[in-house]
Design a protein around this ligand. Structure first.
Ligand code: CUA
Length: 399
């Protein structure tokens, strides 16, 4: 009796755990059950139908197994001295069916038919996933995966053979309601781009450019996660898609097209800018400041690095030098950094400076990476606390 109570307790704990987990799923940003765009809704609808069909079959099959095991189980004889009416002995079997043509054809054809129907609907949805409805806006966004963050290159005229108009990282900003065509690529290993509330997954493969599309029904921030194992910080390779109303999106584009200002002595952030040029410009571009136009001493022209997107290989060889780290021209216009692993702002909307300083000082201690292998940002332990403050002061000017 005691052990029964114990197992009941365990069962109750298990049920409670499962229910709590199920309840918690409602708040998870990576749910596929709460679609916010047409593409994700198509996947969701398909999955629910397949789940329903599979559920009916599961109940039928399990029901028949339970029925058979009860109905035909070996029973003890009612009278031990007698042959058992109502039961079978261990060496006795109920009537066996073999070679029943109708049954055998039936249980072969029916599953084949069910799977064929599921396949037809699945293939239709697969073809719809990267189908782009023309919106009149020629925008194409190149999505570039790199250990362990995402870059987004905006071609406002849709021409990916010319340098992008806007380069940003970790947060893809787009207008609501229309299909945004993407070209998913990688600079190093295979990643996979996935915003579960907006569409399925698309692999980012070095040397290839995979078409994909995002569409959101409503404004909002939609979280994503790299979904192809890509090394040490794969689990921390996140990203957001930010859907804005058409007017907000146009305002965002207008802001992003403006280069950063060259600061002069006496300006707030000037010391930080000089430190940035000396320490950070080897990898990070700030348009107007650390590209060739802005800072001749740096010798890097961001446009050189972006030309020839069709030849991804060319850019791959350029990777992990300048142009292969997040473009910081409008750093403060994003809400996350370091592969969307850290929030730039706290709940009150203030810049989380302590975290940002810790990241600049010693990135490998904040998020696993391999700077010795040119994977991720290295530490700058040479920076004094004053210099760290100055650099973050400067980053704060990058609106
Ligand atoms: Cu990138 Cu996993």
């Amino acid at each position: 009796m005691k052990s029964l109570a114990g197992s009941r307790g365990r069962l109750a704990t298990l049920v409670a755990t499962v229910m709590l987990s199920a309840a918690a799923c409602g708040d998870k940003p990576l749910t596929t059950m709460d679609s916010a765009g047409e593409k994700a809704a198509q996947i969701n609808d398909l999955a629910l139908w397949v789940f329903a069909i599979a559920g009916v079959i599961f109940v039928l099959v399990q029901g028949m197994i339970l029925y058979s095991s009860k109905r035909f189980r070996v029973k003890p004889p009612e009278d031990p001295d007698q042959e058992r009416p109502g039961g079978y002995s261990d060496d006795e079997f109920p009537e066996q069916i073999h070679g029943n043509d109708v049954l055998e054809w039936g249980w072969t054809a029916l599953p084949a038919l069910i799977l064929a129907v599921v396949a037809v609907f699945t293939v239709v949805v697969i073809f719809e996933q990267d189908d782009v409805q023309a919106s009149g806006d020629p925008l194409v966004v190149e999505v570039v995966g790199q250990q362990w963050w995402w870059e987004f290159q905006y071609h406002l005229d849709g021409n990916t053979d010319t340098p992008p108009d806007i380069v940003t990282a970790n947060e893809l900003v787009m207008p609501v309601g229309v299909d945004i065509p993407l070209r998913v690529q990688s600079r190093d290993v295979i990643h996979s781009y996935w915003i579960p509330r907006l569409n399925g997954k698309r692999d980012a493969v070095p040397g290839r450019s995979h078409p994909w599309v995002l569409q959101a029904n409503e404004p909002g921030r939609f979280m994503g996660q790299c979904t192809e194992f890509c090394g040490l910080s794969h689990a921390y390779m996140r990203m957001f898609t930010v859907a804005l109303s058409q007017a907000d999106y146009e305002a965002w584009v207008a802001e992003q097209l403006v280069d950063a200002e060259q600061l002069s002595e006496g300006d707030v952030g000037y010391e930080g800018q000089q430190l940035f040029i000396a320490q950070c410009a080897e990898c990070h571009i700030i348009e107007g400041v650390t590209d060739r136009d802005g800072d001749p001493s740096n010798g890097v022209d961001s446009t050189d690095l972006y030309v020839g997107t069709a030849g991804v290989d060319e850019r791959y060889t350029d990777s992990l030098t300048a142009g292969a780290a997040p473009n910081l021209t409008h750093f403060m216009s994003r809400e996350t950094y370091a592969g969307s692993f850290f929030d730039l702002y706290d709940e009150d909307g203030n810049v989380n400076r302590a975290q940002l300083e810790a990241w600049v000082l010693n990135a490998p201690a904040e998020k696993p990476n391999r700077p010795d292998n040119l994977q991720g940002m290295r530490a700058f332990l040479n920076l004094t606390p004053d210099q760290l403050e100055q650099i973050v002061d400067y980053l704060e000017t990058l609106q």
